[in-house]
Design a protein around this ligand. Structure first.
Ligand code: KG4
Ligand code: ZN
Length: 339
């Protein structure tokens, strides 16, 4: 019988808890924070206060619905980073307190590694080595995954993350945070070939989204100067065109990485992998390239504790526990970047 572990995620704006037993995720309780919408982004201090308000109920619900008590647990896991310091501190301190009180070992989990390990929650699972494109609100990475806990970043964004590009473009158009899901929704009704945006790619396997963001800002500004109702009148076409451009930038790099590494086992992870256009475009590209693709269930794309629990399971089996005085690391890096 494998271990039973309580996992807590609090790196950004979701307070989440999950119980995993013998490698099977029993639940995934998520309380989303609605306090950030009107600010156009996550406000760190509001995030940590919301985590504090919610964490007891979220953990209690996970433990109760799994039918476990602290005495049934073998370990308590938490997200160490990357994330917002104040937000990480809430989940980390709670996990440490519980582990200390119940005499349980602690397991620290890297949030980005956990996004990738979410692929092992349900079948079908990718086989090693696979290539993972992780696209979230804070990161955009191409990762060669050799084993559960053996990963190498071969490309990453040098400025904005893919999710940030979606969210900032949405903000420029006056849409609330997080804008990614809204752009996705409007894009479904729009024409992706209506507007063209310039190529602002980096050489090699790295990404850059700041150029496209600036180009988009000027595009909207110039059109609105000529027609104040430009955005309202053309929202689906603008969203479809921008989304298609961002997807091409992501998949072109992924294709290049697949060619360079010879790996055709391809996975998608992180919040932006919930994007319906990206999922569809990946399927089309996979058919052309002969890729075997893995796209997580929607509940495991955006932030959740089930993925932290899955990662903790593998760390437990590997004997990788955290010291009692472990501290959060807002810019934690799970793997070394290629030179
Ligand atoms: O992984 P995640 O939940 O949190 C981080 O670790 O950052 O990713 C959040 C990001 C946000 O930028 C959000 O706009 C984006 O994922 N996102 C989407 C969609 N759903 C979430 N972007 C595009 N289309 C979506 N459907
Ligand atoms: Zn995330």
């Amino acid at each position: 019988m494998g271990p039973t572990i309580l996992a807590i995620e609090s790196s950004c704006d979701e307070t989440s808890a999950s119980v995993i037993s013998n490698g099977k995720v029993l639940n995934n309780i998520i309380a989303s924070q609605n306090v950030h919408h009107k600010y156009g982004g996550v406000v760190p201090e509001l995030a940590s206060r919301a985590h504090q308000r919610k964490i007891i109920d979220v953990v209690d619900e996970a433990m109760t619905s799994a039918g476990v008590k602290p005495t049934n647990l073998d370990a308590v896991a938490f997200t160490r980073g990357p994330g917002l310091m104040g937000a990480l501190l809430v989940g980390g301190s709670f996990a440490k307190g519980l582990a200390w009180a119940a005499g349980l070992p602690l397991i620290d989990v890297d949030h980005m590694q956990a996004h990738i390990l979410a692929h092992f929650i349900d079948d079908p699972v990718p086989s090693f080595p696979f290539l993972c494109l992780t696209v979230s609100g804070g990161h955009t990475q191409l990762v060669v995954v050799r084993d559960y806990l053996d990963m190498e970043i071969i490309g990453e964004t040098q400025d904005d993350a893919a999710g940030e590009a979606f969210d900032k473009a949405a903000k420029i158009m006056g849409l609330p945070y997080p804008g990614g899901p809204l752009i996705d929704r409007y894009a479904r009704e729009g024409n992706p070939d209506r507007f063209r945006f310039p190529d602002t790619d980096m050489p090699g396997l790295d990404f850059s989204f700041s150029g496209i963001k600036t180009a988009f800002l000027y595009f909207i500004r110039d059109h609105v100067a000529a027609d104040p109702a430009f955005v309202e009148r053309n929202l689906p076409d603008i969203c479809a065109s921008l989304q298609a451009k961002l997807i091409r930038m992501l998949l072109d790099r992924l294709e290049q990485a697949s060619r360079q590494t010879g790996i055709r086992e391809i996975a998608l992870a992180g919040g932006v992998s919930a994007n319906s256009g990206l999922r569809e475009a990946l399927r089309e590209r996979a058919a052309k390239q002969g890729w075997n693709i893995f796209v997580p269930e929607l509940a495991y794309c955006t932030d959740n504790a089930a993925m932290i629990a899955m990662a903790a399971h593998f760390k437990f089996l590997n004997g990788q526990f955290a010291p009692a005085d472990i501290a959060p690391v807002p810019n934690l890096h799970f793997a070394t970047h290629h030179e």
